[in-house]
Design a binder for this molecule. Structure first.
Ligand code: B12
Ligand code: SF4
Ligand code: SF4
Length: 356
């Protein structure tokens, strides 16, 4: 029989240790299936809203619930790390000759930073459970890439609520939290779920350049610029190319207009997520000239390296076409015969706009 007072004390100390490791939010959610959440995931997949992200479908039975992935799990420790920006994420809209990289990708790769802290916290938990005679604890850590529904779990653990833009919003940190989770066999008392505080606001719904929200709280990834610039291989459908503007990696528009961001303090941001100077306002002309080696050098340690040179240059070509800057016609023309078919196609499209 596990001592209830001891497990409550451990939960309290866990939150303190999480803070020490850089997490600004920590809470507990049940590991059992939530029927509504699972049904909404299935409905999203059935509509095909995941587009080409087949990996969302592949392990849907694991994604539905923590116990679907790991039947022994009793609790989910949901964690948030701040990447609140100091500057206006949308300011670069006024500089079409430069590419806009979304805030989350301007610093070091969050997968590495969050994973490292999650592992340290999980190790601490296992040791403490043993020291406190709680019968031993097993743990698994996740950030982003595993079949885990991090946003609804974060909301269920009281970190915030899923806003109408579908991301998890926090009262203290606005839209700017990276999420991670630790599943554990320890049965902690769950926190009270976060209350929806969107009210009548619809700023994010109106801000989306591609009308990617079929309804509030629902996203069709196939229309989202984040998906189109990061996940989609091959050419971006013509109907979206103009709307990309100068966004070359991800999109912050629906996040940036959220009124709850006014409480977010960039001082809470992890040092690792400070923007790298060369990724804040890169010149499209420089990015268009990248070869594979140059791409790897520039984006080493950044989440951007995952998309490779071809997709980045493809995105920069759409941005060059949208820039209306005749000085970019030369660099664009140099890519007309690129061996990558999507790059060559994007160069033709861009040149058509720059030299009609
Ligand atoms: C797939 C994915 C994407 C896809 C699809 C996004 C999406 N909304 O599903 C794409 C590539 C588009 C994407 C984009 C981005 N992503 Co992303 N992505 C993921 C990933 C891997 C899975 C998300 C998922 O499960 N989607 C499936 C759908 C079904 O889930 P859902 O949105 O939770 O669906 C719920 C709602 O629709 C709701 N619902 C449905 N109907 C209704 C009706 C009502 C009335 C209500 C109240 C609710 C409701 O219920 C559903 C189930 O809970 C997670 C990491 C992870 N493992 O969780 C990161 C993650 C969600 N992404 C993240 C980020 C930062 C982004 C971007 C901001 C990056 C950028 N700047 O470009 C954008 C934001 C775009 C947006 N508005 O969502 C963060 C979000 C952090 C946070 N605070 O929430 C995560 C958690 C990664 C991380 N570890 O930090 N992403
Ligand atoms: S990230 Fe951009 S494109 Fe995607 S839903 Fe938000 S505003 Fe729309
Ligand atoms: S912008 Fe408004 S509607 Fe959208 S998530 Fe924030 S509070 Fe909710």
């Amino acid at each position: 029989m596990v001592n209830a007072a001891a497990i409550t004390a451990l939960k309290h100390d866990l939150a303190a240790e999480a803070r020490r490791l850089g997490f600004v939010a920590c809470g507990i959610a049940p590991a059992a299936e939530d029927a509504l959440r699972a049904a909404r995931l299935e409905a999203w997949l059935a509509e095909g809203r995941h587009g080409d992200m087949a990996w969302m479908q592949d392990r849907a039975h694991h994604r539905r619930s923590p116990q679907g992935l790991w039947p022994e799990a009793q609790s989910v420790i949901a964690l948030g790390m701040s990447y609140a920006p100091a500057a206006d994420p949308l300011a670069l809209e006024a500089a079409p000759e430069r590419g806009r990289i979304s805030i989350y990708a301007q610093g070091q790769d969050y997968h590495d930073t969050v994973k490292k802290a999650l592992k340290a916290l999980a190790r601490w938990l296992v040791m403490e459970a043993e020291k406190r005679d709680l019968g031993g604890a097993d743990v698994k850590v996740f950030v982003d890439t595993a079949p885990v529904m991090e946003k609804p779990l974060g909301a269920a653990a009281g970190l915030g609520w899923q806003g109408k833009h579908t991301n998890m919003v926090s009262r203290e940190h606005g839209s700017w939290l990276f999420l991670g989770a630790i599943y554990t066999t320890l049965a902690f008392e769950p926190n009270v779920p976060g209350r929806d505080r969107c009210g009548s606001c619809d700023a994010c719904q109106r801000a989306c350049p591609t009308a990617a929200f079929p309804a509030p709280y629902q996203l069709d990834a196939r229309r989202c610029i984040s998906y189109l610039t990061i996940e989609l291989k091959g050419p971006v459908p013509l109907e979206f190319r103009k709307a990309l503007g100068n966004r070359i990696y991800g999109c912050d528009d629906c996040l940036a207009v959220c009124p709850w961001n006014k409480f977010a303090d960039s001082a809470a941001r992890m040092q690792a997520f400070l923007p790298r100077a060369e990724l804040v306002a890169p010149r499209l002309a420089d990015l268009l000239a990248l070869d594979d080696a140059g791409f790897r050098r520039l984006f080493s340690g950044s989440p951007i390296k995952r998309i490779g040179r071809d997709r980045m240059v493809r995105n920069c070509l759409y941005a060059a076409g949208n820039s209306g800057d005749p000085a970019l016609a030369g660099p664009v023309r140099a890519l007309l015969d690129d061996p990558d078919a999507a790059v060559a196609d994007a160069a033709r499209w861009a040149l058509g706009l720059l030299e009609p």
